[in-house]
Design a protein around this ligand. Structure first.
Ligand code: NAG
Ligand code: NAG
Ligand code: NAG
Ligand code: NAG
Ligand code: NAG
Ligand code: NAG
Ligand code: FE2
Length: 476
């Protein structure tokens, strides 16, 4: 049986370098107003009980998926730092000890932020955990991923620029229905920096409570966006990413990174690289050196899928943030092609856009083409900055649609990438269509390394040069 999306998701592609014109969707949806949900709403409810743990969220805690970091906040006093956990509900055979920190931001003082690393978990296992004390104790659960295995199937969600509006809530609710197991969050989380003074910290707290119903149960792999920078000299707050880094730790040391803002994890059959668009990345910088080394560590025989996440998109044809990814493209694009990255997810632009497989790596300031050309080794670039934050949609696309752009639409939504095995993954973009979940853009993603026809074709390269292939149905 051929699923419907296999039929609607195809792309025509031509080897001569002329790509079929992309699609700009004219769909206009009536949206919720782009305002944050009021602080007294139920979605931000403070859990009952004295000093009850709140804002519970988890992320992967090691390189290969056998560890979890649990983060939570206690509002009144530090309280217990422990996570009790085990494989049976309400029966916790193990405990792990965390650390606690607090900070000030202007005249806001944070609650007590706990960070607890749970190590040596078994793969593919459901764990129950409890934090807090006595009447205020709260319990949750999570499922560890399968062991690193080239054939492992796994379903990722991709969310960007989420914020805390009614549109954000709609995105979260649709995401919950997707059945995905881990979120790749491409940056811009709370949009607390849209406020000033002590309200900024307050909006980080409300965001933490808002997303807890998902983030306490499955890991989110996050990367920082520009809204995390919070460089605010007028408040004498000049340490970039301060609040974000207190609240959203990453397992960066496990991938030999020197900084929590860029790191990699391996999960099931995927190797995921999280980059920082707003940290130095040119040659000789720590991020550049780290990425160079990390790409060499990728073993497609163990993790066939190579995914990169970052905040600012490289191929974006929206008038919002146009070309902001250009400097990072100049630094890293040739590696993305050389290492055959399967797909790159970014956010920042509050709309959806997908590229063809193209690259722009031949220009060397002396000669060579200086525009994007079809490139079978290049990743697909997908922008999903459409989580639903208070800045609203970026609805002005550049006209005409550039050749590299396959599909674009200014609506809120989220994506899923369902890896089936080492050769095939199903990709969907789901628009939040007036309260319903609508699959709008979908295709079969073929693995860039385990594609037999590409490897065969390579051997016959010289013959291919002289032939002019006809237009063909192509998967990306
Ligand atoms: C953290 O909490 C302690 C104990 O309540 C308090 O004494 C200290 O001032 C707080 N630190 C910051 C940076 O606010
Ligand atoms: C923080 O400072 C602002 C500006 O001075 C003031 O309006 C506000 O009341 C202060 N908030 C707290 C919690 O002290
Ligand atoms: C993965 O699946 C293929 C095809 O079913 C099989 O040949 C191969 O041995 C499997 N590899 C592993 C590591 O299980
Ligand atoms: C620049 O690119 C052109 C065309 O690809 C090539 O012939 C030339 O050798 C390159 N120059 C340098 C300095 O790499
Ligand atoms: C991988 O998954 C695709 C899509 O479900 C399927 O068509 C293909 O046969 C699978 N390959 C293997 C080796 O199982
Ligand atoms: C490999 O890639 C080519 C070109 O992108 C595509 O036409 C083909 O269906 C893919 N085949 C497999 C087995 O992945
Ligand atoms: Fe952004």
């Amino acid at each position: 049986m051929v699923p419907k999306f296999l039929l609607i998701g195809f792309i025509l592609f031509n080897f001569l370098g002329y790509i079929r014109a992309g699609v700009t969707s004219s769909f206009i949806r009536s949206e919720w107003p782009s305002v944050d949900i009021p602080l007294d709403s139920d979605v931000f409810a403070i859990p009952s009980g004295y000093n009850a743990p709140e804002q519970v969220h988890i992320t992967q805690g090691d390189y290969d998926g056998k560890a979890v970091i649990v983060i939570w906040v206690t509002p009144v006093e530090p309280g217990s730092n422990q996570v009790k956990y085990g494989k049976t509900e309400k029966k916790y055979d193990f405990t792990a000890q965390g650390t606690v920190k607090n900070y000030t931001f202007y005249n806001y003082t944070s609650g007590y932020i706990h960070e607890c690393h749970i190590n040596d978990l078994e793969y593919d296992t459901k764990y129950f955990y409890e934090i807090g004390e006595g009447e205020s104790a709260r319990s949750f659960w999570f499922q560890t991923p399968p062991k690193i295995d080239p054939n492992a199937s796994y379903k990722f969600g991709i969310i960007g620029d989420l914020g805390q509006t009614y549109n954000s809530l709609s995105t979260l609710e649709h995401y919950i229905q997707s059945g995905a197991q881990t979120v790749l969050h491409v940056g811009d989380l709370s949009y607390a920096d849209r406020y000033q003074y002590d309200v900024m910290g307050v909006r980080w707290d409300s965001y933490g409570r808002f997303v807890e119903k998902i983030q306490a149960y499955q890991p989110w792999i996050w990367t920082a966006g520009n809204h995390e920078i919070e460089y605010m000299p007028y408040m004498n707050e000049v340490v970039p990413f301060k609040q974000y880094l207190y609240r959203y730790p990453t397992p960066y040391a496990a991938s030999e990174s020197s900084n929590p803002l860029w790191y990699a994890v391996r999960r099931a059959s995927a190797h995921i690289i999280a980059l920082s668009s707003y940290s130095p990345f040119v040659k000789y910088t720590p991020q550049y050196q780290w990425l160079e080394a990390e790409f060499k560590k990728v073993d497609r025989k163990k993790t066939p899928w190579l995914i990169v996440i970052m905040h600012a998109p490289i191929y974006n044809s929206n008038s919002a943030h146009y070309m902001e990814g250009e400097s990072l493209r100049a630094a890293f694009e040739s590696w993305f092609v050389k290492y055959k990255v399967d797909v790159i997810f970014a956010g920042h632009v509050h709309a959806y856009e997908r590229s063809y497989r193209i690259s722009n790596i031949h220009y060397n300031i002396t000669s060579g083409v200086s525009y994007p050309v079809p490139d079978k080794s290049a990743p697909v670039y997908i922008t999903v900055g459409d989580g639903g934050n208070q800045e609203g949609l970026a609805s002005r696309f550049n006209d005409p649609q550039p050749d590299y752009s396959a599909f674009r639409e200014a609506s809120y939504g989220h994506s899923t990438l369902e890896i089936m095995n080492k050769t095939h993954a199903f990709y969907h973009w789901n628009r939040n269509d007036d309260g319903k979940k609508v699959e709008t853009d979908s295709f079969v993603l073929q693995n860039q390394y385990w594609n037999k026809s590409i490897r065969r074709r390579k051997l016959k390269k010289n013959y291919l040069h002289s032939t002019v292939p006809t237009r063909q149905l192509d998967n990306v």
